[in-house]
Design a protein around this ligand. Structure first.
Ligand code: SAM
Ligand code: FES
Length: 349
């Protein structure tokens, strides 16, 4: 009884649908055109044509975890491991600042070398050099006290994808010592401390069902994160999932658009993984409702080594090249990169 437009229209006005309606929307391409158009309208109403840039610094690929999907998992003996020094990280930030970045994202494996003391020293040093910048951490699950210490040192945002909200699905993607419940607890702790929080999930991860995706959307409705990062799962040969298929462009774009309509205020990145599965993946992501891009600021000599999945893009480019490349891509999609911290714009804020 629902025409294409009115299911999409309903999602826009209610910012919600029943599970059955979401299933209908997610399981066919019939609604895509209407969905992308509506999502773009909503992004323009909230953020105009602005696209925020985040300078990504991948500062270590050592990891104590063994997630089955991830190329830098502990048991991948073929990975060449590296860590950046504090000075190298500060240099990346200085270079980024000169290029117009006002947000730095420090991402890494869960590397015990980076104790709370070391993380706090790095964060304080960035805070001192760049008082006007946002500092985002993405270093995994930590005790609440550690999150508090980083926050007190000057970090203000944290990215921790929930990966999948379903316990049983989570257990298929991770070894027993990791749990969906623990991960969710971390996210609520981060929020309570006062971080702007980013969560998210991989699209098309092994064994993922439409029900799992609906559970992801329901969890996000509970968490109400400021940022939601999604990208296709992409296979890596040196993992237990070597024989699994990667996620698709189509389903990822559909979910970006659904997220924009459910969370009009959210910061939604057009991710590197999306740019990896399709040459224009990031442009298409922007047109489906995304409003953030995250160019790489890591030194070129380590870029290839942060190999979460195969054929990752941007591994040969200098920071300035990556910045320039994205400038053009964003413009070609009909939007514009702005030099701003790009804080979340909640209607109630
Ligand atoms: N260690 C931190 C953590 O777990 O949050 C940050 C680094 S982790 C490598 C960053 C993200 O990479 C994960 O949240 C996951 O969604 C994504 N990722 C890992 N392996 C991937 C793959 N094979 N394809 C796509 N994304 C992947
Ligand atoms: Fe990095 Fe194009 S965005 S090279």
């Amino acid at each position: 009884e629902n025409t294409n437009e009115n299911l999409v229209e309903l999602l826009r006005t209610q910012r919600d649908l029943s599970d059955e309606q979401l299933r209908t929307l997610l399981e066919t391409d019939a609604y895509d055109e209407a969905l992308f158009a509506e999502a773009d309208q909503v992004r323009r109403a909230h953020y105009g044509t602005e696209v925020y840039i985040r300078g990504l610094i991948e500062f270590t690929n050592y990891c104590k975890n063994n997630c089955y999907y991830c190329g830098i998992r502990r048991d991948n003996r073929h990975a060449t491991r590296y860590r950046l020094t504090k000075d190298e990280i500060l240099e990346c930030c200085a270079e980024g600042y000169a290029l117009g970045f006002r947000t730095f994202v420090l991402q890494g494996g869960e590397d015990p070398y980076f104790t709370d003391k070391r993380v706090c020293e790095i964060v304080s040093a960035i805070r001192k050099n760049h008082p006007d910048c946002a500092i985002t951490l993405s270093i995994g699950e930590k005790p609440r006290e550690s999150y508090q210490a980083y926050f007190d040192a000057g970090a203000n945002r944290y990215l921790l994808r929930h990966e999948t909200a379903d316990d049983a699905h989570y257990a298929k993607l991770h070894p027993v010592e990791l749990s969906a419940q623990k991960r969710k607890e971390c996210l609520f702790n981060l929020k309570e401390i006062g971080y702007q929080v980013g969560s998210g999930f991989m699209v098309g991860s092994p064994y993922q069902t439409t029900d799992n995706l609906i559970a992801d959307l329901r969890f996000l409705q509970k968490l109400q994160p400021d940022m939601i990062g999604i990208g296709p799962y992409i296979t890596h040969a040196e993992t237990p999932f070597a024989d699994q298929k990667s996620g698709t462009l189509e389903l990822t774009l559909r979910l970006v658009a659904v997220l924009r309509l459910m969370f009009p205020y959210a910061l939604l990145p057009a991710t590197t993984a999306l740019g990896t599965i399709h040459p224009e993946g990031r442009e298409l992501g922007l047109k489906a409702g995304a409003n953030v891009v995250m160019p790489n600021l890591s030194p070129v000599r380590v870029r290839k080594l942060y190999e979460l999945y195969e054929n990752k893009i941007c591994t040969g480019e200098e920071a300035a090249q990556c910045r320039g490349c994205l400038e053009q891509r964003v413009r070609s999609a009909g939007y514009e990169i702005v030099t701003a911290r790009g804080d979340v714009r909640r209607e109630d804020a």
